[in-house]
Design a protein around this ligand. Structure first.
Ligand code: MG
Length: 453
């Protein structure tokens, strides 16, 4: 992986090895220049490098004439909601999301609370690269103030949703285990779950930024949570990533449902209550299509990436959507992935269901995914995909993002990664064995085709 990555959604890199204060000041100043002078909300996850990055961000924004509103350590969705609440010009979430401890990043947010789109992001990159930066006079330098109501606003907004009945959830007195990976979860999840009347056991709660496990909430990283759920006989376990936009769920049997089912569960509930389309990215489980068909609702697929999903949700007036990595988006709240929201939606559905979480999960269509990757070493992706299209002439295809080949009960999705020099091969079928076999088949086919190039 490159040490410093600049993309439309911001910059990402390893502190001490690419992501320097100079780079951060330059980029923050470019963002401030693009926004014009005005208020910019700044929040961060709990990473140890957060303060260094924060002060560099301050400096760049203030030099461009922007006033900083610091909302402290918080989740990324809290920053997005605070931008709207405080009518700011934009926001910066200082977080490398699920990346390891040595990484940090800036995620750039516009005045509507959405991440920058391609056009906006490219403009900021251009300003930074060409050094076309606003440098205001001494008497116009921005100010810094702090605002401590952002997290409370986020919690209240979730509890106020018409589809959340906090009293009903509280009446169930759910026993819950939460793994915050020592990220920003501590700032919001204890208060939220307290107001939902849950009896909570936390692990890795303190927002120290010292991640005790790999920070991505994948099943293989949740062993401690699974064991704790079983040992305290909890009804459910939740794991979040360091900036609390992704949620993974563990059943009362101590088994991870897989992140795809965080979104499938949320969609299953919201479609019972709301009328409108669902928007998900091209790799999301087919369980979502089956659920939507049951409620006679449309599913719209987009390219992989939160901004593509969020923008489509806005234009299509979707009622629910997100990404299969545990990222649930409810436009009624805001257009960003939100783990605290997903927790409330999951508990609401469990409260209405007459049974355990495993039983609720079993009521959903069951699919399994396999995720493989191939490194791109002088592979011409376009001609490779053309060759596969030729080979699978008769099958149904979706070209929204790379190439997806669909059969009635399984699919294979092949696409170049946005962030790494690799091709991702995702496959899904009714059993894990079948999904793995399909993945293996495409791995081999692509390797053979690449050899012929
Ligand atoms: Mg994240």
């Amino acid at each position: 992986m490159a040490k410093l990555m600049v993309s439309i959604s911001g910059i990402r890199g390893i502190v001490g090895d690419g992501l320097s204060p100079q780079v951060i000041v330059n980029f923050a100043q470019a963002f401030g220049t693009y926004m014009g002078n005005g208020k910019v909300v700044v929040g961060r996850d709990s990473r140890v490098t957060g303060p260094m990055v924060k002060y560099a961000v301050y400096s760049g924004l203030m030099a461009a004439g922007c006033d900083v509103i610091d909302i402290g350590i918080c989740s990324t969705p809290t920053v997005q909601m605070a931008v709207e609440l405080l009518k700011a010009r934009g926001g910066i979430a200082i977080t490398a999301s699920h990346n390891p401890i040595e990484w940090n990043a800036l995620k750039l947010i516009d005045a509507t609370g959405l991440f920058l789109d391609e056009r906006q992001g490219n403009k900021v990159i251009e300003l930074a690269e060409k050094n076309m930066l606003q440098n205001v006079r001494w008497d116009q330098i921005g100010k810094v103030e702090s605002y401590d109501g952002a997290i409370e606003h986020h919690i209240k907004s979730i509890l106020k949703l018409g589809i959340i009945d906090a009293k009903l959830i509280a009446s169930k007195k759910f026993k819950v285990v939460v793994d915050c990976v020592n990220g920003a979860g501590e700032t919001i999840l204890p208060a939220l779950l307290d107001q939902l009347g849950c009896n909570v056991t936390f692990i890795n709660k303190e927002a120290t930024g010292l991640f005790p496990r790999a920070p991505e909430p994948l099943p293989e990283n949740l062993k401690e949570l699974c064991a704790k759920v079983k040992s305290v006989k909890a009804d459910i376990g939740f794991a979040v990533d360091p900036d609390v936009d992704r949620l993974a769920i563990v059943s009362e049997q101590g088994k991870p449902l897989g992140e795809e089912y965080t979104l499938a569960l949320a969609i299953n509930y919201v479609l019972q209550k709301k009328d409108g389309p669902v928007v998900v990215n091209a790799s999301v489980t087919k369980a979502v299509d089956d659920i939507a068909a049951k409620y006679e609702k449309e599913v719209i697929r987009t390219k992989v990436g939160e901004i593509f999903v969020a923008q489509k949700m806005k234009s299509a007036k979707a009622v629910i959507g997100g990404e299969g990595n545990g990222g649930v988006i409810l436009p009624e709240l805001h257009l960003g992935r939100d783990a605290p929201l997903a927790i409330a939606l999951t508990l609401q559905q469990l409260a209405l269901f007459d049974g355990t979480l495993s039983e609720l999960h079993q009521t959903l269509p069951q699919y399994f995914q396999a995720k493989n990757r191939i490194e791109l070493k002088n592979i011409d992706v376009a001609s490779l995909l053309d060759a596969i299209v030729q080979k699978y002439k008769k099958e149904k295809k979706d070209l929204t993002d790379g190439l997806k080949i669909l059969w009635p009960d399984k699919w294979a999705h092949i696409r170049p990664s946005n962030t790494e020099p690799i091709i991702r091969i995702y496959t899904e079928a009714k059993t894990a064995e079948e999904a793995n076999a399909l993945g293996f088949q495409f791995l081999n086919e692509i390797k053979n085709l690449a050899k012929k190039q």
